[in-house]
Design a protein around this ligand. Structure first.
Ligand SMILES: Cc1cc2nc3c(=O)[nH]c(=O)nc-3n(C[C@H](O)[C@H](O)[C@H](O)COP(=O)(O)O)c2cc1C
Length: 171
């Protein structure tokens, strides 16, 4: 039986979780960019995890296309610390009801550190922050973005992988 943990990670949060999960399960681990579609048939169980950017899981379009006939475990890693409403938004933004019923979805809390953001995204972010800062009446979401801009968070903790490891062990 061959099983693998695939990941796509920009700032290392998903990579850390993928490493812990692969270690606990004794599975192979690989960056999605080093995995070929033709290899899918060689594996029994596959976990795919990636970070969430502007509401979308990194590489989710490709993954859902590749695995449309093979159910996998999909793990989103994002900036909220297990906030139910935000997790529901991530599910709705990335999957149809059929896809959610076909695959198995899990969430892992990552963190946010905007100081690590570079290039065009950094420029756009800075413009956005300036606009929000000037607003007299800010929405709750805008207040939350400002807060995370000035106060980096990191919720990455091995204790969060328990449910995923137990589920994968039972398949
Ligand atoms: C530019 C940017 C946009 C982000 N957008 C979202 C988002 O829409 N929703 C969310 O929950 N987290 C968002 N995050 C937080 C990331 O999902 C979080 O940092 C995650 O842990 C990244 O995982 P990775 O390092 O494995 O790529 C964003 C972070 C950055 C830097």
């Amino acid at each position: 039986m061959k099983n693998i943990v695939l990941y796509k990670s920009k700032y290392g949060h998903t990579f850390q979780y993928a490493t812990w999960i692969a270690e606990d399960l004794g599975w192979e681990i690989r960056d999605l960019s080093k995995f070929k579609k033709a290899e899918i048939k060689d594996y029994d169980t596959i976990i795919f995890g990636s970070g969430v950017y502007m509401g979308k899981m990194n590489k989710i379009k490709k993954v859902l296309e590749w695995f449309k006939d093979k159910p996998i475990i999909i793990v989103a890693c994002a900036g909220n610390n297990n906030v139910e409403e935000d997790i529901t938004d991530i599910k709705n933004n990335n999957f149809s009801e059929e896809q959610l019923a076909f695959h198995t979805f899990f969430y892992l809390p990552g963190g946010v550190d905007f100081s690590k953001v570079k290039g065009i995204i950094k420029m756009m972010l800075n413009v956005f922050i300036k606009i929000v800062e000037r607003k007299k009446k800010k929405t709750e979401d805008e207040e939350a973005i400002l807060d995370s801009y000035y106060h980096p968070t990191n919720y990455v903790d091995k204790k969060h992988i328990g449910a995923i490891v137990s589920y994968a062990e039972k398949i």
